[in-house]
Design a protein around this ligand. Structure first.
Ligand code: OAD
Length: 244
């Protein structure tokens, strides 16, 4: 059996990370064109670095932890992949695609995680495109980790996140997993941002499509089952009903 999961900001909301579009969401009070586009970064790198520095610090606050939904997904994956019904059947496959730039799925122990919108705890060199683990603030004159003494290499690091107008990560792998999915579950995503919002439509007709969200979304009509409630409550129940 092949299972594909897509998560959005709603799964991390109960861990204390604000979503983008709900009341008090991240885009309220921020013009996303200023802080989440390559043009915004070119115009005002200080502002963009500050925006992501604040989010990185918030993510690293010891109070922020994976919640019951992240943990249930990690546990399910482990049990599901360990189970082989019969040697004649193809091995179970599991892919968790997240739009979230936090690391809560990783901290919960999920193994097959694809961060399609990048990772806040990584920095990317604008020159070499190399990525580095990063937990500190970034500034317009941050020394380069490969060559901290070289003045000419200062300020080449950006947060390793995908901005509007940039290509999300892993689209080929996502398309492959979607085309072979037997079960697709979208959790806590508003269904407004493409290409993530289009994944459901690229799963096979016979794929069981489940949406877990507090509310209806523009994508809801593409799902067979729409479950309304909090991710921490509904995700463990749905996974249990699938049986690892
Ligand atoms: P949004 O903020 O657009 O949507 C969050 C969704 O989660 C909403 O549909 C809420 O109803 C739902 N939700 C909130 N709390 C929930 C809870 N406790 N349990 C279940 N559902 C809950 O966030 P995303 O869909 O992730 O992209 O946004 C997609 C992309 O838009 C983000 O990755 C980001 C953003 O702009 C980039 O920055 C490129």
């Amino acid at each position: 059996m092949n299972i594909l999961i897509l998560t959005g900001a709603g799964i991390s909301a109960e861990s204390g990370i604000p979503t983008f579009r709900d009341a008090n969401g991240l885009w309220e009070g921020h013009d996303f064109e200023e802080v989440a586009t390559p043009q915004g970064f070119a115009c005002n790198p200080n502002l963009v670095q500050r925006f992501y520095n604040e989010r990185r610090r918030a993510l690293l606050d010891p109070k922020i932890k994976p919640n019951a939904a992240h943990i249930a997904l990690a546990k399910f994956e482990q049990e599901f992949l360990a189970k082989q019904n019969s040697p004649a059947e193809p091995a179970n496959q599991f892919l968790l695609v997240t739009q979230n730039i936090d690391d809560l799925h990783d901290r919960a122990g999920s193994q097959n995680v694809l961060h399609m919108h990048g990772e806040l705890l990584k920095a990317q060199c604008l020159d070499s495109l190399e990525c580095y683990e990063w937990r500190e603030d970034l500034h317009v004159d941050t020394p380069h980790p490969e060559d901290p003494e070289d003045e000419r290499r200062r300020g080449f690091l950006r947060p390793n996140v995908v901005w509007f107008g940039e290509m999300p990560i892993g689209l080929d792998q996502i398309a492959d997993a979607a085309s072979q999915a037997d079960v697709f579950i979208a959790i806590g995503t508003s269904g407004l941002v493409y290409p993530a919002a289009g994944i459901v439509a690229s799963t096979p007709r016979e794929c069981r499509r489940i949406e877990i969200n507090l509310d209806d979304t523009p994508a809801s009509s593409a799902f067979h089952e729409t479950i309304r409630g909090q991710a921490t409550v509904e995700v463990p129940k749905v996974l249990e009903s699938l049986g690892a």
